[in-house]
Write a protein that binds this ligand. Structure first.
Ligand code: ATP
Length: 498
């Protein structure tokens, strides 16, 4: 029997009248990876945020190595040996990589009131090398790096302290295959050294594979804790939802036609330093996937098509000969874009759900040049419902939603706009299995209506399961093309990525 390292007893958290964690009692053992799963909004992030000092506890107790701890901030949690990688961006823009890594822990570099920046930069660079991120420069502003690179920096920040409890909140979907390998390696090391990892992921396969035990939450309540080697994905789904979930997940068809008509054409598109001379066509009714490893440039391709890259070269042309050179032209011509960097590029998090959903459809909602609030509210409610957004009402701020529910709002806006071409970068990031299946159904329905989807994804199975055609990128170029085929395997795609 492994020894307990961390115990939470009757933890409660309210946001206003919303009781989101209810009497949670849970024990974590030394040398285990302990998974945490539940539907979007079931209280996982809130629970680990209380353990890591991000949120105040309304009632209950936390014991670390049998000693009650009261952590009031992340820095205090760190000092107690608890670190976390949060689901959203956890780095601060305007600071260097080194400053981000040592944020809250700078005093080790301060002597007689003077901070030894050279020494801090040197130590940060050594950490970057040690954790296989030598392409990142400690003295650079963090702003220079993309979402995945910032996540890797957060991982280093969380592990260099040698945590007793390392919390990973829905991080793997922000990482590509190589970033994931790095994270798994560190999780395994921490476990083998007799410490504990709390691992939140919506990927059931990954959850069962990497954890020793799994705790399931439903509506703020800890439902059960099970041994990972004694459960199946269906068992977990049943515990999460409280009933049997049946039916398919990805598309099941292999013969559905793609129209010959080209709706969007890229000719020799380049974004210097990101990708080079990319040309392809997207057809009506096609789901075209783009996959690859972190540095391959695929995320920038989505941005460039939407007119959101400042220094793009080459042409992005619609079938009516309109050239897409700006976001405004893209939206006017029926192009939708969901970025992987949800909080910074897809949503206005300090605004309401209603405003976020309506923002791209305001012109369509005008009556004699007047926009009626009642109409906005009805419209927002309709599409929040289509995407099953778990919320109090549409006037709630997006920042108050759980990660997966934010993602649903980002998608709802474009479904509401009835766009013709969807560029979806990691659209199911952070979304629970049940809603994921609904989103895949929605994508299939859109395809059947003749809409076109460019699906940029790190999830190889998602690409194989959903796409009519898949382009694999490597080092800024297209390195392989695969047609939909029941015999296509993960290995086929990976071979073209590496
Ligand atoms: N800062 C906040 N203010 C108000 N309500 C909040 C806040 N943070 C979370 N909530 C609410 O608490 C509930 C639980 O959210 P939480 O983020 O813990 O869920 P989760 O299980 O982590 O979901 P996901 O899988 O989507 O990340 C949700 O209903 C959410 O809207």
């Amino acid at each position: 029997m492994k020894e307990e390292i961390l115990r939470v007893e009757k933890l409660n958290k309210y946001f206003g009248s919303n009781h989101v964690v209810k009497d949670a009692t849970l024990s974590f053992k030394r040398g285990e990876i302990h998974g945490l799963i539940g539907e979007n909004g079931s209280g996982k992030s809130t629970l680990v945020s209380m353990i890591s000092g991000i949120y105040e506890i309304n009632s209950g107790k936390i014991f670390l190595e049998d000693r009650e701890i009261k952590v009031r901030s992340l820095v205090e949690a760190n000092r107690n040996g608890i670190s976390i990688i949060v689901q959203e961006a956890g780095t601060i823009l305007g600071l260097t990589v080194a400053e981000n890594i040592f944020l809250g822990n700078e005093e080790k570099f301060i002597k007689h009131g003077i901070k030894n920046i050279a020494s801090m930069n040197k130590e940060a660079q050594e950490l970057l090398e040690k954790y296989e991120c030598s392409n990142i420069n400690a003295t650079d502003l963090i702003d220079k790096y993309n979402f995945e690179e910032r996540k890797l920096i957060e991982i280093i920040k969380a592990i260099y302290i040698g945590p007793k409890v390392f919390i990973v909140d829905e991080t793997t979907t922000a990482l590509s295959q190589n970033g994931r390998e790095l994270l798994y390696k560190q999780m395994t090391r921490i476990k083998e050294e007799g410490n504990t990892v709390i691992f939140i992921t919506h990927d059931l396969d990954e959850l069962i594979k990497w954890t020793d035990r799994i705790t399931v939450m439903r509506d703020g309540v800890v439902v059960d804790t099970v041994d990972s080697d004694s459960v199946t994905e269906d068992d977990i789904k049943r515990l999460m939802v409280g009933r049997e979930l049946s039916g398919h997940y990805y598309r099941t068809d292999y013969e559905k036609p793609v129209f010959k008509e080209t709706v969007l054409k890229l000719s020799n598109v380049t974004v210097p330093g990101k990708f080079d001379n990319i040309s392809f066509e997207l057809h009506r009714g096609e789901i075209l996937g783009i996959g690859g490893l972190s540095e391959c440039g695929m995320h920038e391709v989505g941005k460039a098509i939407f007119g959101a890259s400042f220094n793009r070269l080459g042409d992005v042309i619609l079938n009516n000969e309109v050239k897409i050179n700006s976001i405004e032209v893209a939206i006017k011509n029926g192009i939708a874009y969901v970025s992987k960097d949800r909080d910074n590029e897809s949503l206005i998090v300090n605004d309401t759900i209603s405003d976020n959903i309506c923002i791209t459809s305001l012109d369509d909602l005008k009556e004699h040049n007047i926009i009626f609030n009642s109409k906005l509210s009805k419209f927002a409610n309709k599409y929040a419902e289509v995407l099953s957004v778990k919320m109090e009402n549409v006037n709630q701020l997006v920042s108050d939603l759980s990660g997966g529910n934010k993602q649903k709002v980002a998608l709802a806006r474009w479904i509401a706009k009835n766009s013709e071409i969807f560029i979806l970068d990691s659209p199911t990031r952070g979304i629970d299995v049940k809603v994921k299946a609904d989103i895949y159904d929605l994508m299939t329905e859109m395809k059947n209506q003749g809409k076109s989807i460019l699906l940029i994804s790190e999830e190889i199975l998602e690409l194989i399961g959903m796409c009519d055609r898949i382009l694999i990128m490597k080092d800024g170029k297209i390195n392989g093309e695969f047609m939909r085929d029941i015999n296509l395997t993960e290995e086929d795609l990976i071979m073209k990525m590496i």
